[in-house]
Ligand binder design. Structure first.
Ligand code: FAD
Ligand code: NAD
Length: 475
């Protein structure tokens, strides 16, 4: 096969694209992957948003800031005292950068090991499954493949009256790279990024005010979980203003002057930095050449069916640039599905059981339907919940907050949703996902032995609670 001819070309090397390329190569397909991302050093950096400015760097900073928070707030109860603890944000950010470099470099090694040909620059789909690659130096070449997968990801939504300037008004990438703890940080949007990155800088000492347009906190989560989380965030000093709409943000004398309206009328706030985190939009700029036949929807996402096929022969799209939740693991599974379908296998993604995790303290996690969704859809259900405050392990590690809640079908007992707020629920949710994928019932979890003393006993007790037979609480 000529050097520019491939079985599969993937455009974009975020978690959707690079996983798709690896799976395609594993299946014996000659694979190329084109990526346009440049790291802080101006050099190519594989891994997309997730590895460079998303999932991984945010979790690195969440961990550093949690250590500092524990040191300054919780260590004394263990009898440990430290005089005048300090945080050096430059060192913290440097640690994060090292982790990013290690992982993005790791993708390069995986490409090599799987004989995937990387191209650095932008890819553009042309008619007839040709792809034009424009290198970082402006040079152009044309590749061709039987199958092209578009995995170009997403970018932050910019508000017209609060444009990013990279210094005072920042996006996720800016909030991951602050060189000093701001005295005050404003956050627009109490969504996943607002809560995670707001928590990071709050724990390090910033006054954090979060302005959220909607009247309800975390509307996508189950109401009991959102309520429990809101209570804890308030205790931590995160000031979350609901039903508040931003109308203006102006940089004046090194400060950002914000105007927003809430139920009491127009309000003003002055902050050192403003993080705008009001959602992300699919990024497809320049990727579709003339006459490809690939369609986009009203939100700019590439239109695909349930198998991520665009309707054009040999053209697929996956990850954040298509419908569905903007989550790395959703994109990864779509990548595997498409590679397997191309290789003649039976690829499939169960969109009904994609776990969500918010890595705050306490963590929030869920899979499946909320109680409200079940009621709205007329599904008869029973619920059971159990608090971490009644779990020995949670108390031993000083994390006795939050709860696990099961929602099961009232007649069949099949698990419809599991919702969690508490310690390590990012890990505990996996048990619920497995049970739901196996079409399990609350009784199934209730009958399984869970080690003692572990946090997983809260999952066990919540499953028992569906049938009002929790052991360690009154039913
Ligand atoms: P991306 O990761 O955006 O990758 C797309 C790649 O394509 C990029 O490298 C881009 O440069 C490249 N590209 C674009 N156009 C072209 C072109 N024409 N030619 C060549 N290359 C191109 N999700 C989770 O599941 N868990 C988390 O904890 C989590 N935390 C997050 C934290 C933050 C701060 C942010 C911003 C996001 C987070 N996400 C998280 C979401 C997650 O990052 C995305 O869902 C995921 O990265 C999407 O993967 P993707 O491959 O579709 O796109
Ligand atoms: P988001 O959709 O989670 O939250 C945006 C919030 O901003 C919403 O609550 C929305 O009501 C609010 N909002 C919108 N316009 C507003 C305005 N003008 N004024 C005030 N509030 C406004 O979006 P995000 O936090 O930017 O994150 C984007 C996506 O990235 C997430 O939806 C998620 O898919 C992904 N992500 C995932 C994780 C994770 O899995 N842990 C972490 C970070 C990001």
């Amino acid at each position: 096969m000529a050097d520019n001819l491939f079985d599969v070309i993937v455009i974009g090397a975020g978690p959707a694209g690079y996983v798709c390329a690896i799976r395609a190569a594993q299946l014996g397909l000659k694979t190329a992957c084109i990526d346009a991302f440049k790291g802080k050093d101006g050099k190519q950096s594989l891994g997309g948003t997730c590895l460079n400015v998303g999932c991984i760097p945010s979790k690195a900073l969440l961990d550093s800031s949690k250590q500092f928070w524990n040191l300054t707030r919780h260590f004394d109860m263990h009898g440990i005292t430290v005089k005048d603890p300090q945080i050096d944000p430059k060192t913290m950010v440097g640690r994060k950068d090292k982790i990013v470099k290690q992982l993005t470099g790791g993708i390069g090694m995986l490409f090599k090991a799987n004989k995937i040909t990387p191209f650095f620059g932008t890819g553009k789909l042309l008619k007839g499954n040709e792809v034009e690659v424009t290198g970082f130096d402006g040079s152009k070449q044309t590749l061709k493949a039987a199958n092209v997968i578009i995995a170009t990801g997403s970018v932050p939504i910019e508000l017209p009256f609060a444009k990013f300037d990279g210094k005072h008004i920042i996006d996720n990438a800016g909030a991951l790279d602050l060189e000093a703890v701001p005295k005050s940080l404003g956050v627009i949007g109490a969504g996943v990024i607002g809560l995670e990155l707001g928590s990071v800088w709050k724990r390090l000492g910033a006054d954090v005010t979060i302005i959220e347009a909607l009247p309800d906190f975390l509307g996508a989560a189950d109401a009991d979980i959102a309520k429990a989380a809101a209570r804890e965030f308030k205790k931590q000093g995160l000031d979350i203003k609901l039903g508040a709409k931003l109308s203006k943000a102006e940089v004046k004398k090194n400060k950002v002057e914000i105007t927003y309206a809430d139920k009491d009328g127009e309000q003003k706030l002055s902050v050192d930095k403003l993080l705008v985190a009001v959602g992300r939009r699919a990024y497809t700029q320049g990727v579709l050449g003339d006459g490809t036949g690939v369609k986009t929807d009203e939100r700019g996402r590439i239109e695909v069916d349930e198998h991520c096929w665009t309707g054009v022969d040999g053209v697929w799209a996956i990850g954040d640039c298509v419908r569905g939740p903007m989550l790395a693991h959703k994109g990864e599974e779509e990548g595997v599905m498409v590679a397997e379908l191309i290789a003649g296998k039976a690829g499939h993604v169960d969109y009904g059981v994609i776990p969500w995790v918010i890595y705050t303290e306490p963590e929030i996690a869920w899979a499946g339907k909320t109680e409200q969704q079940c009621r709205d859809e007329g599904i008869p259900c029973r619920t059971g919940s159990f608090p971490f405050a009644a779990n020995g392990r949670a108390l031993a590690i000083n994390e006795g907050v939050g709860l696990v809640k099961f929602i099961a079908h009232a007649e069949t007992d099949r698990i419809l949703g599991v919702h969690m707020c508490g310690p390590e629920v990012s890990e505990l949710i996996a048990e619920a996902v497995v049970a739901m994928e196996f079409k399990g019932s609350a009784e199934d979890i209730a009958r399984i032995v869970h080690a003692h003393p572990t946090l997983s006993e809260v999952v066990h007790e919540a499953a028992l609670a569906v049938d009002k037979r929790s052991i360690h609480k009154a039913n």
